[in-house]
Design a protein around this ligand. Structure first.
Ligand code: HEM
Length: 272
């Protein structure tokens, strides 16, 4: 087992022990008819502030004394699950009753969920992109799609002109024109489904039997272009998601911090 893995396990173990101790303390305060919410509440707030501090850490990456980025990342992911456990210990319920508490719960769950989705995106999508076997620059995707569309239209027109029949042309207008117009099958690419490839194969099979040998050569070309376009679509969707998810995670974090501090103030004012 390599040292990074050991380190990872150690951090999970420490987080588990801290949570265990907190849960025991919570029970003992409860048994003495006290209110453990104060202790778990502070713990929750400190953990949320720590997680949110990740943003500041990234901005101060030039300072060497604040630790390695990989260590912060590890602490952040472990802390992300720890905070969920502390939240449930603090609230004693998955879904609270009051309006304000419900808003806080929604924001909290959305922040944690967006974090988990982002984590999965960062772990899975780079591998899926490598599997496509090509490198695509995100900013050049519209140009690449437009070139493929142009080639597909030329191929289709050449076929119609040479054969003198419109079978492939009609088929193109009915199906592939839609496909080449813009990135398609976004949701399917997000979940790693092969639906788009099956769709291209299906369109090929549907028209092939109506074409003669010469026309079939043009269809082969069209299908090849469609498969290339499909790879560009995969890059568009996955790279886009990798770029965009933080634009959801960060604003949710800011809103959560704001509501959490307000909750903290209100509780303390009532306690006075
Ligand atoms: C209350 C809970 C959470 C808060 C307040 C929070 C806050 C933040 C903040 C402020 C950043 C830095 C964004 C930036 O400036 O680039 C961040 C990044 C990130 N968070 Fe969270 N987060 C939470 C939960 C989670 C959870 C549960 C996970 C999943 C395990 C997670 C995974 C990530 C990942 C993968 C990054 C990006 C790391 C990178 O690319 O360097 N977060 N989070």
């Amino acid at each position: 087992m390599n040292s990074i893995r050991m380190y990872h396990i150690l951090i999970w173990l420490i987080a588990g022990i801290i949570f265990g101790l907190l849960a025991i303390k919570d029970q003992s305060i409860h048994a003495r008819l006290g209110n453990p919410s104060e202790l778990t509440g502070y713990c929750l707030l400190v953990t949320i502030v720590f997680l949110a501090f990740f943003n500041i850490r990234k901005r101060l990456s030039m300072l060497p004394m604040i630790g390695k980025a990989s260590t912060w990342f590890m602490l952040h992911t472990v802390g992300g699950f720890f905070v969920l456990a502390v939240y449930w210990l603090h609230t004693k319920t998955i879904w609270p009753t009051g309006m304000y508490e419900k808003s806080l719960a929604i924001l909290f769950y959305l922040t944690v969920t967006s974090g988990i989705i982002g984590y999965l995106i960062q772990q899975i999508y780079p591998k899926l992109l490598t599997q496509t076997g090509v490198e695509v620059i995100f900013e050049r995707i519209p140009l690449r799609i437009s070139k493929l569309r142009q080639k597909a239209e030329e191929t289709m027109l050449k076929c119609c002109n040479k054969s003198g029949v419109e079978t492939l042309g009609k088929h193109y207008l009915d199906t592939l024109q839609w496909f080449f117009a813009e990135p398609r099958f976004t949701f399917q690419h997000l979940i790693g489904s092969q639906r788009s490839q099956q769709w291209i194969q299906h369109q090929d099979n549907a028209v092939r039997r109506y074409l003669n040998i010469d026309e079939q050569k043009y269809l082969n070309e069209l299908s090849q272009l469609a498969y290339q376009k499909n790879i560009i679509d995969i890059h568009y969707t996955l790279q886009g998601a990798m770029k965009c998810w933080l634009l959801i995670h960060i604003p949710l974090t800011s809103a959560l911090m704001l509501l959490s501090f307000w909750h903290f103030l209100v509780v303390n004012v009532y306690a006075l």
